[in-house]
Design a protein around this ligand. Structure first.
Ligand code: SF4
Length: 283
């Protein structure tokens, strides 16, 4: 696929935050062009690039947010990243130019490049090429992923990623299906085991939602599994919030958690305690 035609009122690639609602940026591209882009990785579909993040890996990060995800988690705060057609079509060359633009600053600030989403490995060819380019520039690289499509990257491609931030939704298949759109997590656990065998550093993320993921047995099992991998440098308990609620409303998607409150300080502390009790560095 060559240079994609941009719509006249093209959305800027850079955003102040991933919480900006972005829709229909690739709607003008025929389905066949989108499929060709995904297959080759010549073009990626991105919600945006953001700069200055200090939470998406070590140091200060440049983050590219991909579109496309089939998990449809009940607590997702960026549902506009679910569909490819909402993403801005960006050639791999243009994406690498963005890395070059920030290369020096990222190194000075001991940061790097993070690919997030959406689910970045639903655009695995684009992700693999972008990580290879980032490593050639000498950047630290990280991916934030739900882990379901890890088998789409070869071992060699995985070695271009310095840190795997796995957003895990639960341990049992039943719980995982409840939180997502009925998706089994066997491939996620398998990918985590593969990372362990390859000794790739990992951070675990767990969104704590009252009445949904605030389930002690699930957290205990997940924590013990994570500890057994022996590669998890930290476990982050992320309290559920409602920053993304307006996106669900604007997109007209039924939002089951519309009146769910953030977890109490006590329940966050209890969750952290469960992960710590398994021997993890949790916060
Ligand atoms: S995996 Fe992430 S991007 Fe996908 S639906 Fe869940 S929270 Fe949203």
């Amino acid at each position: 696929m060559g240079q994609p035609a941009q719509p006249l009122d093209a959305t800027p690639l850079e955003a102040g935050s991933p919480y900006e609602l972005r829709v229909d940026n690739a709607k003008h591209l025929p389905e066949s062009s989108r499929h060709a882009a995904i297959a080759s990785g010549d073009v990626g579909f991105l919600h945006s690039f953001t700069t200055g993040s200090t939470v998406d890996g070590p140091g200060v990060r440049l983050v590219a947010w991909t579109t496309l995800c089939m998990f449809r988690c009940q607590f997702c705060h960026n549902p506009d990243t679910w569909t490819l057609s909402n993403g801005i079509p960006v050639t791999i060359g243009k994406a690498i130019d963005e890395l070059r633009k920030y290369e020096h600053g990222l190194k000075v600030m001991k940061g790097g490049f993070t690919l997030s989403g959406g689910e970045p490995l639903m655009q695995a060819r684009f992700a693999a090429r972008l990580f290879a380019a980032a490593k050639e520039l000498g950047l630290h690289t990280a991916i934030e992923s739900n882990g379901f499509y890890g088998e789409r990257l070869s071992d060699e491609e995985l070695r271009n990623i310095d840190l795997f931030i796995l957003d895990m939704k639960g341990f049992s298949s039943d719980q995982h299906k409840r939180v997502t759109a009925g998706i089994d997590n066997a491939p996620v656990l398998e990918f985590a085991r593969r990372l362990s065998l390859m000794r790739r550093p990992m951070w675990l993320r767990y969104v704590l939602v009252p009445g949904l993921t605030d389930v002690p047995e699930e957290m205990e099992q997940l924590a013990h599994f994570a500890a057994s991998l022996d590669i998890v440098e930290r476990a982050e308990i992320l309290p559920f919030h409602q920053i993304g609620r307006y996106k669900w409303e604007k997109l007209g998607i039924d939002y089951i958690l519309s009146s769910t409150d953030p977890p109490s300080e006590e329940s966050v502390a209890r969750a952290i305690g469960i992960f710590r009790a398994a021997g993890l560095n949790a916060n």
